[in-house]
Structure formats: C-alpha cells, structure tokens
Write a protein of this length. Sequence first.
Length: 624
Amino acid sequence: MNKILLIASVFFASSVSAQRVMEFLDRGVVAVRTADTKVFVSWRLLASDPDGLAFNVYRSTNGKAQKINPAPVNTVTGFVDDHADTSSVLQYYVTEVNNRKEGPPSKAFILKRGSLPYFSIALQTPAGYAPNDASVGDLDGDGAYEIILHQTGRAHDNSHAGETDPPIFQAYKLDGTLLWNINLGKNIREGAHYTQFMVYDLDGDGRAEIAMKTADGSTDGKGKVIGDALKDWRNERGYILAGPEYLTIFDGLTGAALFTTDFVPARHPTSANPTTEEMKAIWGDGNGNRMDRFLAGVAYLDGKSPSLIMTRGYYTRAVLTAWKWDEKKLSREWTFDSDDGTPGNQAYRGQGNHNLSVADVDNDGKDEIVFGAMTIDDNGKGLYSTGLGHGDALHVSDLDPARPGLEVFDIQERFGDAGANFRDAKTGEVLWKKASIKAGDDGEGPGRGLALDVDPRYPGYECWVAGAGITGMFDCKGNKIADRTPSCNFGIFWDGDVLSEILNSTRIDKWDYTAAVTKPLLDAGMFGCRSNNGTKSTPVLSADILGDWREEVIFSTKDNNELRIFSTPIPTNKKFYSLMNDPQYRLSIAWQNVAYNQPPHTGFHMGEGMKQPPKPKVTIPRRK
C-alpha cells in the first residue's frame, strides 16, 4: 500500500482549504524545575486542536499517578506544580479534556532528581570530533522529534588550504539512543560552507528523511559505501576540485542511503575534472572558494508537498535546483542559473548570502526562496533582484505589521550605500537603507544584522547591525530609536511575553529598552556548556521542539560528551499553537544549520500588539 494512504488510514486530518501536508506532533510534554524548587510543566497546543481544548496534568511518583490541577487547564498550555518532591524521580503527562470527556494520556516526561535547569543527551562523539550544528525531525513516526547532529573534526573555510576530517552525522532519540552514524568520507571537505544537511519528511510518509551532498567513499548508516571507496580526490592543498559529486537521500530511521544521483550543478557543465582556468571562467576562481559555497532548504513549491532545494555559489554565479522525492527516486523540478544565458538572469549573479530563507512572499500559497538580495519564485524563475549584492545575515517575517505582507531585513558586505536595507519581500522594493561608512569596492560592510521585536514602544521589529560604522537601533520604518543595542546574533522566545529575548553564545538576555542594557536570564556556560562556530557563537539548535510555544535551546558541553537541552521555567499567560505548526517557522528550523546560522522567524507578526496567530493553511495529521 502507498505509504501516504497507509498514514491516512491510521490518522485523521484536520485541514483548511487545499493545502500543504505537515508532520504529526505529539503533546511534547516537558517539565523544568524552577528557581523556588517548584516544577513548571508545559505541552504543545496543535494548530489542528479545537478551540477551547482543555487539559488535565498528572504527576506520577513511584508508579502512582495523581492529577495535580484542580480544574481543567484551558487558558494556557502550562502548569506550575507547587508540591513537587525534588528528591524523587517524577513523571508528568497530560490528557485532553474535550466536552468534559478525558482522552488518553500523552507520552510522559521523566524529570530526574536534582534541580538542574536542563536535561541531557549522552553522546558517542568520535575521538577528535566535537558536536556542531543539529536539526530535528521525526525519524520513526511517533510524533516526537529526534536530533540529527553534525560532528566536526578538523575543518577549514573555503578560503583556507589544508586537509580536513570527514564530516560525520549522528541521529539520537531524546532518551539518548544512538540510531546511526553517517560518515561522508575524505572526499567531502569539512567546513561551514560545504555540507548543508536537510532533515524533513519529503515524501509524506510520516517519517523524516536526510538529504546531503555525498561523494566517493561516503558511508551510510548501514555501512554501505557510496561510489568508489578507494578514490581520493584531495589535491596537494587539501581541496577537492575533481571527482564525482552526488546528492543522496538517507532513510531517517536507519541512515541507509535510499537514492543517489548527480549533484546539480556540476563544477563544469562538460568536464568531470575541470582545470583551474575552466573553473575560474565559470566561478571567478579556480580553488573552490566561490564554487564550493553551498546552501540548502526545503520549500512547498506547489503549495502541497515539500521540495528539496540545493544551491551552489553566490559570490558570482548562483545556481538553485529543486528536487522532489517520491519514496523511490529524486526528480529534478527546475534549475535556476544566473549564468545560463536566460534573459534577465544575469541580474541575479552575485546576490546570494551565507544563508537563505524560505517564505510565501507573494501570498499565493507557494513558497519562494529568499536568496540574499534576490528572490526566486516557486516556479524557478527570478522574482526580483535588488542588485545590492552579497551579505552575511538575513531576516524574513512580517517585520512591519502596518504594511501588507512580509518584509526582509538584509545586510551587504561591499556594495555601495546599502550596508543594511529593509525591503518588501514580494516586490524587492527597498523601503529604507543605511549606508556603511566603509562600504564600497574596497570596503567591508557589516558582518551581522538582526531583526527582532524587543521594544514594545515601537510597532513591529527593531533592526540593528554590527560593524561598518552603522550604529544604533532602528524601528521598522528606519528611524533611529536608540544609540546602544544588545548583541547582534540570535533571538529566542523564553519568558512569558511576546517580545523576543536575546540569544548570544551561551547566554539568554532580556533587553531593557528603557535603560538600553541587557539583563541576564540564563547563562548555560555556568552549566558546562559552550557555543558553536567560533565567533559566530551559535547554539547547536534553537527551536520550539518541546512544551508550549516558547523555544528550547540546545548546547553541547565543553567536554563534547553531552547535549544539554534548556527549556524555559517561566510560566506565560499566552496560549499559542506550537511554532512548529507555522509553515515558515518549521522550514526555518530545517535551514537553521545552513552556513552562517540565522534565527528562525514566523510567517506572521510575532510581537507586541500581535493578533492571535492565524490558523495555518495546512493538513496536520492527528492520531485517533
């Protein structure tokens, strides 16, 4: 039986008009000890839940379960247990209460003894390696996320010569069970720009797949080698500029390679082993600095089912390819090439960032690829190019709620008077921009930019950048509203309000907008954690993977032996469905690991003065 039909026989679906199919999620119960030895329990509300759905909360101690809420909880999806015994192992679960009828118990969360503000996953880190970026997906179809972790050894940027260690990927259940190892081998170079791994249910069978670029000697989770295990394509400088390049879909549960095809585009359209001059003529250099800059994403190009997006190049030539996975094979849907001679495509050359975003910018139900300073339509045609050029950071959401649709806040490294710009996501119209003092052909623009709602006195998102002489914080209209800013890295929803908190390195801070200073809420460094990616100072992952609508943050320990997952202990009076049910946010988590990691954003305005999040136009399977 077709897997989609099989899933349909097991689940019933709640849907609104014709729509994209997204993943089934369970209640995701999580329990965290608070500073005063109480326990805060929270769980997911799903976009498919009926209005007014209530819950009962149960605590189990030594096998004896007790309902701890005096009346069904219906205004929030959290509860504070005032009578928890910190000396015991506790289990918490919830039940649905609908029309006074109580449903079956959710999966229980086990809270261990002690008062640590995190729970751990013990890792089997290979010698000489360290945990780096991660993604999540439901690999076994049970409604709970697993963690797919990139383990890194010796690495080099594209601009630096030298051999690297093979990239290794591992999958862990939240209880620490290691599901598989995938070793990409010596013919895939390690570094932030080489391997972008997508974790998503690409065929709608209820289980996520993994997609990555592979090469001769890559070994799947079952020990099967892709290509020729004996080939070594590294040159004398440690670069890999010859040999076959593949794109492989792996089974999420077993790590087995399901299908492998040629990566598109190749280094050279006709030569399998191009010369330095041939590569330079196409990409601008012959040493792989520009040619081997890869990005990736997942997008609903038809508005119904996901497509895999794999890209190559952004400093000069930029190529994006869309693929469809149907359980048996990968089929290429389209390829956009800035340099293929198509009239108008040359305007898209050199416009990409070190990251991308995926969003329905024209509100037609289908996703576009926001590729730095340009955007590609769902059909693989250029939607617009601003011509502002390459940058390092990118933010897409309803940044200005007074305007219809979505906006983009983007930064540029070396191009003219737009060190930072704020544009209409649909048309590319630049609404305002800030010139970098150092901008120009020989200058350097800002290295970071951030857009979050951190100040309730101004509608919409505030924007700021780091470096290049652009100082201060700006409102969504481009007006300067403060001279000082918080760090310019990540945001996270952590406390109980709808303003974003500041996530940088291992710290979560609250921006005090009246005093223009940050106030600490959490420092995971005090609990033996570290951040990733050098000066980028990013977490392993930040996403709404458990509990209510607030986000969790995952760090690795300094000894590389654990992942530690922090979930907020702060109650909230807001009742929102899981952010993972918002299509744009969910796809943001898929691309968060790509190159220079960026924080996720919702497809609706999330912040002061927001309306209740709109019901997403999706089909979300829900178990009987």
